[in-house]
Design a protein around this ligand. Structure first.
Ligand code: ADP
Ligand code: MG
Length: 313
């Protein structure tokens, strides 16, 4: 197993009576794009703030790069880049000056720094805005500036807390592509989001969080294998004899059927060629049908089966 970049054991964090993190565990390896997926209030930001030692906690331990993280662990903090959920830039500084300011906290050599700042600005595609003040930037551009400030010093570990919230699709895609590139360039990434599609698109492993607990962990495919459903086929059929419905329910790997308002839904648990097999059945029995589509489970289905509620807003 490769080196642990962030190791969290039995973390408990309380805000007065509220338990924000409830015996939370995590082990993130070098080279991962690790996703923390959970609804609002599940404890993602609290986890990040504990990792950074910005918050004290009640129980448990956190190691970063194999060392215990403390408020004054500056040598560890130097190796981390953070993009906070709330944009944190200086209104009095231009785009260029902002990135330079944050980079200068870590990079003292002026020539190296100039290169790093240019790289970061190119990276988020803000070249045309270097002289702009933050107030003049759109929400998406401001988020991109926030990212540039967090990553300019080329840290080994980059933590991004919901960097795409309220961002236009173009900026969102830029941000996601950018994260993949940072990872290809060698950074380990921790990425929090409540958007399952994004997390699935870029993350090597995902932890599903709810109420301060880590409910399940794995690749998108591994998480989906935790649940019963593997495929749902929907078919428009105007009239379906109950005899046929019963027979369809007997087809291998079908665990449930549902026929309502001219729409047949067939729920599968495993199986290959399910679609071909059902189409053959309809043909053999001369059952006329309209549109047909197959849906694979999403992480929302996983969340729903584990918690009994929707992940979506
Ligand atoms: P997420 O980032 O997943 O939306 P948070 O970590 O921000 O979740 O919050 C986890 C829980 O802790 C929520 O119930 C939230 O209301 C609560 N919480 C967060 N910060 C504070 C705070 N400073 N004081 C009291 N409660 C807080
Ligand atoms: Mg948050």
């Amino acid at each position: 197993m490769s080196e642990s970049v962030v190791f969290i054991e039995n973390l408990v964090k309380r805000y007065k009576e509220l338990i924000a993190l409830d015996h939370f565990n995590l082990d993130i390896k070098r080279g991962e794009i690790f996703g923390l997926l959970g609804p609002n209030g599940s404890g993602k930001t609290t986890t990040i703030n504990c990792i950074l030692s910005l918050l004290t906690y009640d129980k448990g331990s956190i190691k970063v790069f194999g060392n215990e993280m403390k408020p004054d662990s500056y040598d560890l903090k130097r190796r981390i880049g953070v993009v906070m959920q709330n944009v944190a830039v200086f209104d009095e500084l231009t785009v260029y000056e902002n990135v330079d300011y944050f980079c200068a906290l870590y990079i003292k050599d002026k020539n190296v720094r100039k290169q790093y700042v240019d790289d970061a600005i190119n990276f988020v595609d803000l070249k045309d805005f270097v002289k702009f003040y933050p107030k003049k930037l759109s929400g998406g551009l401001l988020r991109r500036l926030n990212i540039a400030c967090g990553i300019a010093h080329k840290p080994e570990l980059i933590i991004l807390d919901e960097p795409t919230v309220a961002v236009d699709p173009q900026s969102r895609n830029k941000i996601l592509e950018g994260i993949l590139e940072l990872n290809r360039n060698g950074s380990t990434i921790i990425y929090t989001s409540h958007y399952m599609e994004e997390v699935e698109q870029i993350c090597t492993r995902i932890a599903i969080m709810d109420k301060g607990k880590n409910l399940a962990i794995g690749t998108g495919d591994e998480l989906k294998k935790l649940i019963k459903n593997s495929e749902t086929i929907s078919i428009e059929i105007l009239n379906l004899d109950s005899k046929f419905l019963d027979e369809i329910g007997q087809i291998s790997h079908v665990y449930k059927t549902d026929y309502e308002n001219g729409k047949l839904k067939i729920f599968y648990s495993g199986g290959k060629h399910n679609l071909i097999r059902i189409l053959e059945y309809l043909k053999d029995h001369e059952i006329p049908f309209g549109r047909v589509y197959s849906e694979l489970p999403t992480l929302n289905d996983v969340f729903l089966e584990i918690t009994g509620k929707e992940l979506r807003d």
